[in-house]
Ligand binder design. Structure first.
Ligand code: NAD
Ligand code: MG
Length: 333
């Protein structure tokens, strides 16, 4: 037995080495991530890989810019390495200028896909950086700004994407509005309406327009949230839209499975993105952002990129109607 299993003492000693390694690991940084840790080349310690709270208080007007965040989010700009998993694919990503959408756009391009990103006109600066990164990856990147709260725009976005890329086979419905309010009592009808329009009507119009273009092998990926299953009181309106997004995944998956089109969701926990610093969280919450997770820090968009790739990839051909979580050890998809 002793040869096969660690004794309690060995296990405790091993743990001690782990903690010592933790103390000397680099604090953070995309390039330092690939430093060997604990003596094994290529190993990364997820607890020390990225910044931990406390963070500086910061607020931007909605929808916010990634370039103005401190610290800067890691969207995989320096770290994501492709291996041809999506060669020749054609992807449309809403909210592709920043956060998870940007991480997915960079990863898809480096995996060989052409990518259309949609965003709000106020986010042009972030969007330009993404198009530049897609181009540098040797793929075609198209920027189509516009407001998903308008049905006519959602239809035009899909039609223009199909025209520019010569087809469509990956749709990432990822854009969303999150504005924190102490409780239901503080939410105006205008606020409620804007959240519903962005997070429920937008995806409805977008997906309805996109589905007729999708051939067998295509993949729809919806960004939902841990809020779908564990809603916070201060995100009353947002949380119910995320429950709707999760329902969209499960319902559409049943409709589209016989047609060979897969539909899956990604459910992030607290992730360091503009959404949170542009009205999505109070400064009080931001300063301790991610601390309550077992990992003790927020996630970075780059840490979810491989999930979007996996869900789009042919290799995941039996996965549909699933919600993949990335929550630092807490929550549930
Ligand atoms: P983000 O701010 O980077 O992305 C959201 C994007 O939504 C914006 O970039 C903007 O382009 C787009 N958007 C908002 N309103 C729009 C409108 N009316 N028309 C067109 N585009 C619009 O933030 P993010 O956190 O990367 O958000 C991406 C997804 O992740 C969202 O669905 C969000 O609900 C989800 N999510 C985020 C977190 C988190 O902690 N950041 C946690 C769980 C789920
Ligand atoms: Mg943005």
């Amino acid at each position: 037995m002793k040869n096969d299993f660690m004794t309690r003492r060995e296990a405790v000693t091993g743990l001690g080495v782990g903690i010592a390694g933790l103390a000397v690991s680099p604090a953070f940084g995309a390039e330092s991530n690939i430093e060997p840790s604990n003596g094994f080349a290529g190993m990364e310690n997820p607890t020390t890989k990225y910044p931990r709270p406390p963070f500086k208080p910061q607020q931007q007007p909605f929808p916010g810019l990634s370039s103005k965040m401190d610290p800067q989010p890691d969207n995989g700009e320096k770290s994501y390495k492709g291996s041809g998993r999506l060669t020749g694919r054609k992807a449309l990503i809403t909210g592709g200028d920043s956060g998870m959408g940007r991480a997915a756009a960079i990863a898809f391009a480096r995996e060989g896909a052409d990518v259309v990103i949609n965003y709000l006109p106020a986010e042009e600066e972030d969007a330009k950086e993404v198009i530049d990164l897609i181009t540098k990856a040797g793929r075609k990147g198209y920027a189509i700004p516009g407001d998903l709260r308008e049905e006519t725009f959602c239809k035009r976005l899909v039609e223009d994407s199909v025209k520019r890329m010569g087809g469509l086979d990956i749709v990432v419905s990822n854009a969303a509005r999150q504005q924190t309010k102490p409780s239901i009592l503080d939410i105006s009808s205008e606020d409620f309406d804007a959240t519903m329009k962005t997070n429920i009507y937008g995806p409805f119009w977008l997906l309805k327009a996109a589905i007729p273009h999708l051939n067998p092998g295509s993949s729809i990926i919806v960004t939902t949230s841990e809020q779908a299953t564990d809603p916070s009181p201060e995100l009353f309106d947002y949380a119910q839209t995320k429950a709707a997004n999760t329902s969209t995944v499960r319902s559409l998956a049943k409709f589209l499975a016989p047609k060979g089109v897969r539909v899956n969701g990604v459910a992030p926990g607290p992730i360091w993105t503009p959404l949170q610093v542009a009205g999505g969280a109070t400064n009080e919450k931001l300063m301790q952002f991610g601390k309550a997770t077992p990992m003790g820090r927020p996630g970075q968009p780059a840490e979810l990129a491989s999930i979007y790739v996996q869900l789009a990839d042919n290799g995941a051909s039996y996965s549909t109607g699933q919600i993949y979580g990335a929550m630092g050890g807490g929550g549930q998809p």
